[in-house]
Ligand binder design. Structure first.
Ligand SMILES: Cc1cc2nc3c(=O)[nH]c(=O)nc-3n(C[C@H](O)[C@H](O)[C@H](O)COP(=O)(O)OP(=O)(O)OC[C@H]3O[C@@H](n4cnc5c(N)ncnc54)[C@H](O)[C@@H]3O)c2cc1C
Length: 286
């Protein structure tokens, strides 16, 4: 099916984007890489009057250091995130998650900002941003603001974005020296996850000093695995101890039930994947 007719604009600065969205008066839709939006338009599940294409805004495409943070522009593609040396050095799990999105064609077009704004509970980027304790930078008619990732996701395909606002960047604290790993379980290669776990682990004196785990598809929004994180704190670097602590990842969650599995199956899977992710992140093997 063809999308409905709409006006199109491709501004070249964030200020122009915000102005264009205001001009659209609630009937404007932002396009990042178009990988999720285009199917929605073709199915006529959305019928915007105006499409605001972000592709010509250079400041949305930078990956840069800002003190002890990395700032990744919203229009940075999954392919770039997966291959960026700064991301690899300071936020490796985000690169691994980006490398697991869809297939190469989708990774060349899809963007980190689009993925977060789309807020699919099964998306790969959000759990990594949660594990890194990241935040989302937003610009809109009232100016710029930063929302912690933990507060950004309000429900399936629903976020803290207000009308006329655009995601401009993702800000993550540098995790230099932390161990990290992304563990995704999907029915077939190149597809969305049934469950995925992003782990960031800091090791000191032969034990886990701090662990943060982000999970995809374990509820209405991406989630932190708080019970497992607490159990991991102080755990010795031994396979059994790490797997036992990580097995609590599914506690307190209410994941969806669908053709891919029951809630109980997903809770079990989350524990298994968390164990794999944590042992790999901590360099314990198995
Ligand atoms: C076949 C297929 C397989 C896929 N597999 C996976 C997968 O395994 N894992 C995964 O995580 N994703 C997967 N995706 C989705 C893919 O990662 C998309 O790129 C991503 O969900 C959206 O990014 P985008 O830049 O293409 O956004 P778009 O499609 O352009 O936009 C998506 C939504 O976000 C809004 N938006 C976009 N950018 C911004 C912004 N900067 N600020 C505010 N709102 C914005 C749009 O208005 C729209 O509502 C898949 C997609 C397809 C088609």
């Amino acid at each position: 099916m063809r999308p409905v007719d709409f006006e199109y604009t491709s501004p070249t600065s964030i200020e122009e984007v915000v102005r264009s969205l205001a001009d659209g008066g609630g009937e404007a839709t932002i396009m990042g890489g178009g990988q999720s939006l285009m199917p929605v338009l073709r199915m006529r599940m959305a019928d915007p009057d105006l499409l605001v294409d972000l592709r010509r805004v250079p400041e949305l495409k930078q990956v840069r250091e800002e003190g002890d943070h990395l700032v990744i522009g919203a229009m940075t593609t999954h392919h770039t995130v997966a291959h960026d040396p700064l991301v690899a050095a300071h936020a490796g799990v985000l690169g691994q998650a980006a490398a697991s999105v869809g297939d190469p064609q989708i990774r060349y077009r899809g963007t980190i900002g689009g993925s977060l704004a789309h807020a699919d509970p099964a998306g790969d980027i959000a759990p990594a941003v949660l594990a890194l304790d990241g935040a989302i930078e937003i610009s809109g008619p009232a100016g710029a603001r930063t929302v912690p990732a933990a507060e950004f996701f309000h429900g399936p395909f629903t976020t803290a974005l207000d009308e006329g606002e655009v995601v401009t960047a993702v800000r993550v604290p540098k995790h230099t020296g932390w161990g990290m790993h992304y563990e995704k379980f999907a029915q077939v290669a190149q597809s969305w996850c049934i469950v995925a776990v992003a782990a960031a682990v800091q090791v000191e004196d032969g034990a886990v000093a701090r662990a943060r785990l982000g999970m995809a598809n374990m509820g209405q929004t991406p989630l932190r695995a708080e019970a497992a994180e607490a159990a991991l704190r102080g755990a010795p670097l031994q396979q059994g101890a790490l797997h036992d602590a990580a097995a609590r990842a599914g506690e307190g969650t209410s994941p969806a039930v669908d053709a891919a599995g029951t809630a109980e199956y997903r809770r079990h899977l989350a524990g298994v994947l968390a164990g794999r992710a944590v042992t790999a992140a901590a360099g314990v093997g198995g």
